[in-house]
Write a protein that binds this ligand. Sequence first.
Ligand code: ATP
Length: 380
Amino acid sequence: MFGSGGVRGVGPRWAGDHVPPDSNEPLEVIMMSALSTRSHPGDVVVRCRDLTKHFRYHEQQPGLAGTVRALLRRRHRTRVAVEGLDLDLAPGEVCGLLGRNGAGKTTTIKMLCGLIQPTAGELSVLGERPSRRSFTFLRQISVIFGQKSMLWWDLPAYDSLLLHRRMYDLSRSEFDLAVGQLSELLELGDLLSIPVRRLSLGQRMRCELALALLHSPRLLFADEPTIGLDVLGKRVIRDFLARVNVELGTSIVLTSHDMDDVAALCPRVVLIDHGTKRYDGDLTGLARSVRPAKQMMVTFTAEPQLPDPLPPGVTVVGRPAPDVLQLDIDREWLAEVLTAVSGWGPVVDLEVTDADLDEVMVSVFDGFPEQRSPGESRSA
Ligand SMILES: Nc1ncnc2c1ncn2[C@@H]1O[C@H](COP(=O)(O)OP(=O)(O)OP(=O)(O)O)[C@@H](O)[C@H]1O
């Protein structure tokens, strides 16, 4: 909990909760009141039906001749980025949007946060139409793009925070409280006072998160927030997002190509392919439907004596060394196989795991047809 790390009593009360910073209420009471103003049973924070986005753009061949030709005769193309997406998100839910490059994840996020307007479909986010971009709506959401900075490049991040304080109309005490807590949670130290262009990627991302969370949004869109970070940098961001979700009840829509992010943060995943939803459910369910077998790595004292035929439910998928076997095992035969393996030779090590999530995603994407161009249509 935010409170247990040295910020007890002020943890979840970020700017916007309008609780005086010197309140002595117990943390749990504060949290309950913070959460009760944020979510109502039966609410949905996101609801979209048949959400569709087609981009219309004109084609241009490279080179001067191409530029001239494009000026004289414009050929328009339409690219289908998102097609017929239905999605409901409950308060406090964390949902991972998965899909290969170009699947439509960022386009979906941009529509949900009001940056671009859908071509068709119904969309309601926190009870509002995002493209209206009302202050009430913008005050309750936040977005962080791993590949774009919201911070002023030449100024210390603190100056960007001050600007956001004005934009979100936060009082000085709300601002100081939020900055203090975020600095502690994100281990910012003196980073806020260094010009952003001098920060490393990991340091900058922590400052980006502080900026995104300054006004305590109810809904956070995080588009690849850990991209390019090392394992420790990723962990800081995952832990932070998990705490924001659990302790503040903030709903999160996350995209990431890092399956460790997804496994750590997203009980629910929505798989998008060519702009169309292909799966909506829990990650384990997806993994098991695609790669149902358990993986077993067994190390023997010497080369094992394998029976012929092998027992039912076992496939040898690799032999990294003469005394090591890599097996795929049907779940229902697991107990029998565990017993049988010890009869093949003295076992010194044995590891049973589910399929690696990256492998699962490779299988999922392999099952989809290649990125097609029929998603595009031409008009002169
Ligand atoms: N402004 C635009 N004009 C034309 N096409 C666009 C535009 N923005 C996105 N697209 C196209 O829409 C499709 C979906 O793009 P999007 O950025 O949503 O994919 P993504 O799933 O976020 O991919 P990635 O994982 O690579 O970030 C792609 O084919 C992309 O080229």
